[in-house]
Design a protein around this ligand. Sequence first.
Ligand SMILES: Nc1ncnc2c1ncn2[C@@H]1O[C@H](COP(=O)(O)OP(=O)(O)OP(=O)(O)O)[C@@H](O)[C@H]1O
Ligand SMILES: [Mg+2]
Length: 488
Amino acid sequence: MRFIGRVADGATETKARLILLKDMENHVVAESLVLIKNGGEANPVNEILGVLREGLGKNEFLSYTSYRPDVAYLRHGGEPSGAREVYSFAIEPIGVVTEEGIEPNRAIIQPRSPVYLLEGEDKPLEYIARGRDVVWSDAYIEGYPSWKVPFDKSFIPYHVGVYGSTGCGKSWFTRYILVPVYRRVGYKVLILDWSGSDYVPLLKENEVVKLSEVALDEESIMSYFSNKTFSFSKNDTIREFFDEFVEGWHAKVKEAYLNSENPQEHLYKELKSHVENSIASIEHRVSRAAAQRALRRVFRRLKPSDLQPVMGVLTIEELIAELERKGLLAIDMGGALTEAKLGFFLSLSKYLYSLMESGRSLEIALIIDEAPQYAPWDARGIQAETCEMIKNLAALGRKRMLNLTLISQGIKGEIGVNAAVRRNLNTHFFGRIHPLDASGEGGASEWLSPYGISASHLLQLKPGRFYFAGAMNPSPVPLLVTYTPPVS
Ligand SMILES: Nc1ncnc2c1ncn2[C@@H]1O[C@H](COP(=O)(O)OP(=O)(O)OP(=O)(O)O)[C@@H](O)[C@H]1O
Ligand SMILES: [Mg+2]
């Protein structure tokens, strides 16, 4: 612990500024943790842990809006005096350090109180974790690899958002920090890898299941066909006939695999002839003709290869059983159509929901990368269903130990996550953000600017740096955390 300066004029119980001792401006940086011995070294009222932000250098001789002798001197190549220079930082108080843990500060922070920079061996994160049921992660406070960051266990099923523009390290952070934390508290982790390129390369081969291996439920298969065929060419009769065929779909898929060299072609022919024969039996001439026109349009859109994504045989029950055995599993959704991915998500979430409804505690973390694909700001069609489902899972999951971790490049608006879903996320990790998220309602700055973190900081974060904010953070003030990826 090193003495670095004193509290300036105008401090309240929640805000203070630190005036640095001479030359400390060269060493002390934003995001450092400090301890204020409130009221003096000898007999402090309390000891307040805080984080430094909003640095400011002042030299009143060098005002750039008025002409002064020092400015004139500078303009002619001289070096102006630094005698009246003041360097300061805002201190965001995290709380009072007590035996029981961190408590909100209610005493006025006294001007003149000495301020100490915390160093490697001081372990301030242990004060923060005191009195809480925490799990220690491998993430650490930027600049201090030995200060590992604690996560409050009880808020794990209160859901998590990880945001940041492309390449800021969201997938790595999730893989190397969040997944191990969830595993440590006994959660099984299921990752939905939208493109198959984000997590699959970071996992072992036997931890990955391809989406096309998974059997979807019949409703999802119907949604898939509906999306593929422009709602069955808007013909309800055709929809009926598809529905008849889809009933008992899995048995038909298995039979196709058993009896044919080309199971897709086989199943396609069966489907087509079922619909054709059914149309032929319509008595009313006008309806029959309309159905035949729709039939031609539908099968122009639908090709045998389109059946591949819905011809998996691994059931969701078997998938979850495998997850229970392995503890970590990723679904590689690369190459599949959006409707198939969302259809699978619907099947999976319906199953998890039914388990929870029957009273089971899941202890599962579901990691949803590219979350706006499932819950966009203007959810329509199958996305309206997946969005609704995420909301339902989130609500019931809090009681049944289901964690949802949503990963997105944007936070709000067109590039972000649906607002109703976002309201269910109580812990947030903000990496380098997109300028569209820098301002306005619901964006990162709304979360962080009350704590002295400006949008310009967020626009410049290096890869792998995230502000950790919300319920799971035992510190009431967001902290800048990072991690060291394993060497490959
Ligand atoms: N802690 C870190 N330190 C240094 N480099 C890192 C760190 N984390 C990630 N990176 C670098 O950033 C790259 C991108 O990481 P990652 O794939 O996790 O980004 P992403 O945010 O998921 O991007 P996308 O939105 O495109 O999926 C990594 O390949 C790695 O080189
Ligand atoms: Mg990624």
